[in-house]
Design a protein around this ligand. Structure first.
Ligand code: G3P
Ligand code: CA
Length: 305
C-alpha cells in the first residue's frame, strides 16, 4: 500500500516548502534542526504515512500551536489532536479531561480540584500556561480553541487527524465539531478528500460523524476482533489500534475489507516512538504510524508525508 518512488520528489519539495514557510514556535533543543526529505526503503517504496501525535509532542508541549508549528518545520503535514469542550461550550484542544497535567491550573485555580476541562470557561482556560510544564522555552503557550487550531493548521497547509475525545462527557460534540469545521472551511471537497480524518475511541461517535457527514473519512480507535470488523466497515474507513495489540494477520484482515466509502480499509497504529517498533509495524503492513517523534519514525521507515 505504500506510495511509489515517483512521489519522492514531490514529497521532498513539499517538505522544503513547509520548512521555508516557517512558524512562530522555536524547535526544542532536542528536536532535529532540519527536515530531511523522505527516502524510499530498500524495496524502492516509501514508508507509511507519519502522523505527528498531538503535534511533534516529543519536542514541544502537546496539542499546542507550538507543537504543530514544529511538526511543520520538521516537514510533517499530518498532525493529530484531541478535542473537548469547556463549561461555556467552546471547543478546545487538549488530551486529558482535566487541566492538571498540561497546564498551571492547580496554581491559578487552587480551589477548583479536580480541574476538569468541562468545569472551566474558555476565558479561564485561556489564562492558563500550557507550555511551562514541558520546558521554560514554551512558557506562555496556551490551550488553543479548536477554531484557533484550525486556522493555524490551515495557515501551515497541514492536514488533520482530529480525535473527538471522551464524547460521553460532551453530548452533541460531534455536531458542534462539524459545524466549526464547516465555518473554518474544512468541509469543502478539497479538505474532505485530502486533508481531514475524524477519529474516536467511541464507535457511537464515529457512527454519528459518518451519519452527519457521510463524505468524511473516519477512523475507529481500537482493535476489534477480526469477526467484528465487518460491522465497523459499515460506518468507518480505518481501524486505528495501539501497536502492541496487532499482528500482520490482523492488519491483513482489516485490509481484506472495504470500508464505508467502498475502499480498502486502512490501519494507522499508535504510539510508535522508536525505530525498531516502527520497522516492526511497517513489516506488519500498516498504512500509517502515529508518533510523538515523527522524525524518528521517518528515519526508520521513510514516509510519504
Ligand atoms: O491517535 C491515536 C491516539 O491519539 C490515541 O490515544 O490517548 O493519545 O488520544 P490518545
Ligand atoms: Ca489522541
Amino acid at each position: 500500500m505504500y506510495v511509489r518512488t515517483a512521489a519522492v520528489a514531490a514529497a521532498a519539495f513539499l517538505g522544503l516548502t513547509f520548512t521555508l514557510l516557517g512558524g512562530s514556535a522555536s524547535p526544542a533543543a532536542t528536536a532535529p534542526a532540519t527536515a530531511p526529505a523522505p527516502a524510499p526503503d530498500s524495496a524502492g517504496l516509501l514508508g507509511p504515512t507519519v502522523y505527528a501525535h498531538r503535534g511533534a509532542s516529543a519536542y514541544a508541549p502537546e496539542n499546542t500551536l507550538a507543537s504543530i508549528d514544529l511538526a511543520m518545520r520538521l516537514g510533517f503535514t499530518w498532525v493529530e489532536n484531541d478535542v473537548q469542550r469547556t463549561k461555556d461550550g467552546e471547543l478546545v484542544v487538549i488530551h486529558d479531561d482535566t487541566l492538571a497535567r498540561t497546564t498551571d491550573a492547580e496554581q491559578v485555580f487552587p480551589d477548583r480540584k479536580p480541574w476538569r476541562v468541562k468545569d472551566f470557561t474558555a476565558a479561564e482556560i485561556a489564562r492558563l500556561d500550557a507550555g511551562s510544564w514541558f520546558g521554560p522555552r514554551f512558557a506562555g503557550a496556551r490551550v488553543p480553541t479548536l477554531r484557533e487550531y484550525m486556522e493555524r493548521v490551515e495557515g501551515n497547509r497541514q492536514r488533520l487527524l482530529l480525535e473527538i475525545k471522551k464524547p460521553e462527557l460532551y453530548p452533541g460534540i460531534e455536531e458542534q465539531t462539524l459545524r466549526l469545521l464547516g465555518e473554518t472551511g474544512w468541509l469543502d471537497a478539497q479538505h474532505v478528500s485530502r486533508r481531514l480524518v475524524v477519529q474516536s475511541f467511541s464507535a457511537d461517535s464515529v457512527r454519528v460523524v459518518h451519519r452527519l457527514r457521510p463524505d468524511l473519512v473516519t477512523a475507529f480507535l481500537g482493535t476489534p476482533a477480526v469477526a467484528d470488523l465487518p460491522r465497523y466497515a459499515e460506518f468507518t474507513d480505518r481501524i486505528n489500534p495501539w501497536h502492541t495489540t496487532i499482528s500482520a494477520d490482523w492488519v491483513a484482515a482489516v485490509h481484506g475489507l472495504r470500508g464505508a466509502h467502498g475502499k480498502t480499509m486502512e490501519v494507522d497504529t499508535w504510539i510508535v516512538d522508536d525505530a525498531p517498533t516502527a520497522r516492526k509495524v511497517r513489516e506488519m503492513g500498516v498504512d500509517g504510524i502515529i508518533t510523538n517523534a515523527p522524525d524518528v519514525v521517518r528515519g526508520a521507515v521513510g514516509s510519504y508525508f
